[in-house]
Write a protein that binds this ligand. Structure first.
Ligand SMILES: C[S@@+](CC[C@H](N)C(=O)[O-])C[C@H]1O[C@@H](n2cnc3c(N)ncnc32)[C@H](O)[C@@H]1O
Length: 226
């Protein structure tokens, strides 16, 4: 079922991207799913283990901190951050995904919001202590990723942390099919946007078959460091 759903998503993405619309297919996919999470191949309906491992290892405490989840999908990750004490805003371009989250977690403290990473609310600029980007950049064509990355970087407060989790590839490897893995060179846009890379991991995850992942932590430098 997941493979069928993935094939359908690829076809839909291809049709929209051919027409020059790089994000329209997400809402279409969520709408067509009609509430069946099996039709959304990235929806594991559990917290991303690559996030949990990082949070546990770094013993991250969210009390008094504001977190933002980029492209939250049907998100369990935002709920996990809220459980760990963060005040959380989670956004997605697809209104149906946001409505789905609100239905899944009716008593959630998370603010689920429809927004576009290419044009986020101006009030969000420089506002968040922690930003999570998991698996959204890899479903955006490479031609628009730099713009998305610069926008994400602009949302971090001074000293804030950005955690990026994505499929990884070497620069000389072809990106293949959607989801398109990122190279470390592509991720360097974050450095150009005023972030310092604090830690970077390149590993194979526990999925079957294992997937090569990059998990990279960035910090917005304080003005004294600039
Ligand atoms: C591959 S899914 C990942 C969802 C979630 N982060 C997860 O790990 O399960 C990518 C998500 O990004 C959203 N998205 C795509 N383009 C976006 C944009 N421009 N602004 C906000 N969200 C976007 C999609 O609607 C989709 O829910």
């Amino acid at each position: 079922m997941k493979e069928q759903a993935r094939a359908k998503a690829r076809q839909l993405a291809h049709e929209f991207i051919q027409r020059g619309d790089v994000t329209g297919w997400f809402e279409q996919l969520y709408t067509q799913a009609q509430g069946n999470e099996q039709a959304i191949h990235w929806a594991d309906m559990e917290v991303n283990p690559n996030l949990v491992e990082w949070l546990d290892r770094r013993n991250i405490q969210g009390k008094g901190k504001l977190a933002l989840v980029v492209g939250c999908g049907l998100d369990d990750d935002a709920e996990e951050l809220a459980r760990r004490g963060f005040e959380v805003v989670a956004f997605d371009i697809a209104p149906t995904a946001i409505a789905w989250c609100q239905k899944r977690f009716p008593r959630s403290p998370v603010a689920y919001v429809v927004a576009d990473v290419f044009d986020p609310p101006s009030a969000w600029q420089g506002s968040f202590d922690f930003v999570l980007e998991a698996y959204t950049l890899q479903v955006l064509p490479s031609a628009v990723r730099s713009r998305a990355m610069a926008s994400i970087a602009s949302l971090l407060a001074i000293d804030a942390t950005l955690l990026v989790i994505c499929r990884g590839r070497s620069a000389d490897e072809p990106p293949g099919n959607l989801p398109w893995p990122l190279s470390t060179e592509e991720l360097d846009v974050f450095k150009g946007a005023g972030l310092r890379q604090v830690h970077s991991e390149d590993y194979f995850d526990q999925e079957e078959p294992p997937v090569r992942r990059f998990r990279v932590e960035y910090r917005r430098a304080s003005s004294a460091e600039n």
